[in-house]
Design a protein around this ligand. Structure first.
Ligand code: TRH
Length: 385
């Protein structure tokens, strides 16, 4: 990238939605931050507008091209497009090694100067990432070099997505009880439920939710579990004895379960901030839980040959080394520990350790801030090429 050019670069981000909401969740968050904090003119190419709309209701499903929060959103229908050098952005990012159109790559090779081309990879705490972060990968035929860019948990990686205003917003919200009640009231959360232990639940369908519900229901403390529509549907439906539609709720023993509508991304942050404990999954909600300053349990995206268990252990090692109950609970939650889980015991041990886990959350946030954030690190790296 030209180092004499001081105006913000243009950037194209290509996102293929493999499944669920993490692909578009991460790309949308990155696109917005690059535009809002760094003044970058971002074009987000995305192939699945319905998934995008679930986390961003402003998205119009029929639009080929639309501007959302200052980002130029293009419907990426196929890889057949014809492009010229004038169409090519200064920085081109393919998310999770998605194949960008051949015509776009050919146009990149025609551009002067050549664009910075990055492959933004998935998040893991495993050590090998440090050796691969920023590695070049020359194109076999064209005069282009792609670089790998890995998010991560230390200074030898690209860091984590985190907006500059986030902490201020979170602190204001968490220190304002009225704001928290006003946020949760439209979902039907009562004053008594506000005073109970509030848990948000976002996980994959194979999580042992029914067994945990049993433990919570029979436990000594009132618990309110807020679960987005479409999550853990079987267990939620069995508990409710009714369809798990947004708005449905039931109290049974010490446990109240409430089904929430899927909310826009900024409101999902507020949900995490409003709860006392968060169950999260995948990549993006997992990172957001780290910024919520609340204890969280991660349900990791399953991979063949239980590769995800390795990733889970790598994270627990850096995050929860001295938090035995958290590690034990997370390993059982992800079916990564041997033997049947005793959920009442696991939960009571975890509950006893919640204050220590809360302290670790704060220390972790501070440590992570020291590595910069992914959007800023990515621009710094692009400018260095
Ligand atoms: O939805 P996920 O499981 O997504 C992904 C994908 O499966 C992807 O293929 C995989 O590679 C990745 O996980 C690891 O979980 P994730 O990453 O937490 O993404 C969820 C997004 O949805 C996140 O941006 C938060 C957002 N969200 C809302 O905006 N509103 C909501 O109500 C909820 C529950 C989530």
């Amino acid at each position: 990238m030209s180092s004499e050019n001081t105006s913000p670069p243009t950037l194209a981000l290509f996102c293929k939605v493999v499944d669920n909401y993490g692909d578009i969740g991460i790309c949308w968050r990155l696109a917005r931050q690059l535009h809002q904090e760094h003044g970058v003119a971002v074009t987000l190419w995305v192939d699945d507008l319905p998934s995008f709309r679930r986390i961003c209701p402003a998205v119009a499903l029929a639009a080929e091209r639309q501007r959302v929060d200052g980002v130029d959103v293009r419907h990426w229908r196929d890889n057949d497009g014809v492009f010229s050098a004038a169409d090519v952005a200064d920085i081109v990012i393919e998310f999770f090694a998605c194949d960008i159109p051949d015509g776009y790559i050919a146009a990149m090779a025609q551009s002067t100067p050549r664009p910075v081309w990055l492959n933004l990879e998935g998040l893991t705490a495993e050590e090998w990432v440090e050796g691969c972060h920023t590695l070049p990968s020359p194109h076999p035929r064209l005069p282009l070099t792609k670089h790998f860019f890995f998010p991560g948990f230390n200074g030898k990686t690209g860091g984590l997505l985190r907006e500059a205003v986030l902490d201020r917003q979170r602190l204001a919200f968490q220190s304002d009880a009225a704001a928290r009640s006003a946020f949760l009231a439209p979902f039907g959360v009562t004053a008594a439920e506000m005073a109970s232990l509030k848990v948000s639940l976002f996980c994959y369908p194979h999580a042992p939710v029914a067994a945990l519900f049993d433990a919570w229901r029979a436990g000594p403390d009132a618990i309110t579990c807020l679960v987005p529509e479409g999550v853990a549907t079987d267990a939620v439906q069995a508990f409710l004895g009714a369809p798990a539609a947004a708005g449905a709720a039931r109290t049974h023993g010490a446990l109240t379960v409430r089904v929430l509508p899927f909310v826009a991304q900024p409101d999902y942050d507020r949900l995490l901030w409003a709860c006392d404990v968060n169950f999260v999954r995948g990549e993006d909600s997992f990172v957001r839980a780290q910024w919520a300053n609340r204890p969280f349990i991660w349900h990791i995206y399953p991979q063949d040959d239980n590769l995800h268990h390795k990733k889970l252990r790598a994270f627990l090692q850096v995050y929860a080394d001295r938090l035995d109950s958290l590690s034990a609970f997370a390993l059982q939650w992800n079916d990564a520990a041997a033997g049947p889980a005793d959920w009442p015991v696991l939960w009571s041990r975890l509950q006893a350790e919640l204050p220590a886990i809360g302290l670790q959350s704060s220390a972790w946030q501070q440590e992570m801030s020291g590595h910069g954030d992914l959007a800023g690190n990515l621009l710094t790296f692009a400018a260095s090429l």
